[in-house]
Design a protein around this ligand. Structure first.
Ligand code: SAM
Length: 274
């Protein structure tokens, strides 16, 4: 049993540690759309409307840095192997080990209970969210990939439901069901429709007021930030959609703010202004 002085000291120590963690995490560099391009800034130099969300982001980035020394979980290693055997052409879609750890840290720091994911593939990111304690509904158009995802996430600790079909229709169907709201929306498929998914989820009331939105690949092979890149084909359509999504959600909207984490192909982290 702790005496009063000891418990007071423990409280002060944990407060100082939390403060140190938040402040040192605020030195992480993030990208923000400004003008027609992007500017890299330390988290602390951005004039946030919702600084408590930025502090949580800083905490998650620090947690992920600490977690980087940990080996990948056996279940995730087996999932990488099974994916390579069954879908060799899709291995590049699996998140990196660091990304998986970051998703878990974000989930914990933002106290996420329910996740809606667009793009399950074989269930890697869904597993990571569930490992962090969230219930996950994930949408995937390929039934064979969904089968592997279901098998991979069928463990006692995991609460993952995979719905098969085109996510553009599935989000509307979910919106018509009396479901509790989601605290995190993970956009990881069909990049040219990110704005549609987010707008549909919001208009159907699927997201909680403080929901976090994570949108992957928002730098799309560096092309999104390359002002001289123009293309009339499929790649050009994706790049134009992502440019418009980034600007709207991170630069122009009076309701949302956030930043792009530059690792991998760029992860946009978006939250609502107070
Ligand atoms: C980048 S992968 C998702 C990676 C996954 N989150 C993971 O952790 O491995 C994109 C997935 O989205 C699926 N997809 C693409 N467009 C879709 C759509 N309109 N509706 C549902 N799934 C879609 C693809 O079949 C693919 O499996």
């Amino acid at each position: 049993m702790l005496c009063g002085t000891c418990s007071f000291r423990a409280l002060v120590r944990s407060l100082l540690l939390a403060l140190w963690a938040a402040l040192s995490g605020l030195t992480f560099l993030v990208l923000r759309p400004e003008g027609d391009g992007f500017v890299a800034r330390p988290l602390r130099d951005v004039a946030w409307s919702n600084p408590s969300m930025a502090m949580r982001l800083a905490g998650a980035l620090l947690d992920a840095q600490r977690m980087a020394a940990e080996p990948e979980k056996a279940e995730l290693l087996s999932l990488r192997t099974a994916t390579a055997e069954q879908f060799p052409g899709g291995v590049h879609m699996l998140p990196s080990r660091r990304r998986g750890q970051l998703l878990q840290c974000l989930c914990r720091r933002f106290e996420v209970r329910r996740v809606l994911e667009v793009g399950t593939f074989t269930g890697f990111s869904a597993f990571c969210f569930a490992e962090a304690g969230a219930k996950v509904i994930s949408l995937e158009r390929s039934s064979s990939q969904a089968s592997l995802a279901r098998a991979a996430t069928r463990t006692a600790a995991c609460s993952v439901e995979v719905c098969v079909g085109d996510a553009r229709h599935l989000v509307r169907t979910l919106g018509e069901e009396p479901l509790p709201t989601f605290d995190l929306l993970h956009l990881d498929a069909d990049m040219k429709n990110y704005q549609y998914y987010l707008d549909t989820c919001r208009s159907y009331g699927l997201l909680s007021p403080n929901a976090l939105v994570l949108a992957d690949n928002v730098l799309f092979r560096g092309l999104v930030a390359n002002a001289s890149f123009e293309d009339r084909g499929r790649v050009g359509r994706i790049v134009r959609s992502l440019r418009s999504f980034n600007r709207k959600m991170l630069r122009d909207s009076p309701d949302t703010e956030g930043a792009i984490l530059p690792e991998d192909d760029g992860l946009a982290v978006i939250w609502t202004r107070p």
